[in-house]
Design a protein. Structure first.
Length: 244
């Protein structure tokens, strides 16, 4: 009777252990991964600020190949200059932010890179929504705002990287905004229309060719008239001679 009772106890103990381990992995695993942005001591309206972005790998079988960032209001892609990142990775502006991408990183390796922003806007915080792509097609979407990132109550949301800013320094002012590509000033092309106010130096239709204003056809007309007149006189005299 003792042995069956012990077996039952061990079975119950094993089931309890399995449940405990499952709860540990469910609450502790994914919560460790996240994406962040840092800029030590950053203030609103600071200029030429280096921002360091990092995104942890959540895949056990694929490497990170690309990170896309969507800029917050007050910063445009033309304000961003790429600093450094993974070897061989390239920076490319987009219509709403930028991408940093390249050959896949080793499985489990996090990605980190640096950009410089021309000037931070006059706000208290900035949110940089981030899409993190892997070599197997998976995409981690770090896009949730603070109020949405609570997830199931155990920190399982995907909060967007957020940068809190100190108040602007005394006397700090916004610089002129950087024009977007569609707003770049253009040089007006020369007009293809001729200048109608400047008369031609030698109008072809009005050329006098040295005849004091007389058309070249005028002498021909006069000569033809003389011939007709002479012929008429000759015909008239011939008629008179014949009737006589």
């Amino acid at each position: 009777m003792y042995r069956p009772a012990l077996v039952r106890i061990l079975r119950r103990s094993g089931a309890l252990t399995a449940i405990t381990l499952a709860l540990v992995f469910a609450t502790g695993g994914p919560a460790a991964a996240h994406a962040e942005v840092e800029a030590e001591g950053a203030r609103a309206l600071d200029q030429n600020v280096e921002l360091t972005f990092s995104a942890e790998s959540e895949s056990a079988s694929a490497g990170i190949t690309k990170v896309e960032v969507i800029l917050p209001k007050g910063i445009v892609p033309a304000d961003i200059t790429y600093g450094e990142g993974p070897d061989g990775w390239k920076f490319a502006p987009t219509g709403r932010g930028w991408t940093v991408s390249g050959e896949k990183l080793p499985v489990g390796e996090d990605v980190e890179y640096v950009v410089t922003v021309r000037q931070l806007p006059d706000v208290t915080s900035l949110v940089f929504k981030t899409l993190q792509s892997y070599s197997d097609g998976r995409v981690d979407r770090w896009i949730q705002l603070e109020e949405q990132s609570e997830g199931d109550g155990h920190g399982h949301g995907h909060p967007a990287p957020r940068l809190d800013l100190k108040a602007a320094a005394a006397g700090a002012k916004p610089v002129s905004p950087t024009p977007s590509p569609s707003e770049e000033p253009t040089t007006a092309a020369p007009s293809a229309e001729p200048d109608t106010e400047t008369p031609s130096a030698e109008p072809a239709a009005d050329s006098t060719d040295g005849n004091d204003g007389m058309s070249a056809a005028a002498p021909l007309g006069i000569g033809a008239g003389v011939l007709v007149l002479v012929g008429g006189v000759w015909w008239f005299r011939s008629r008179r001679g014949a009737t006589a």
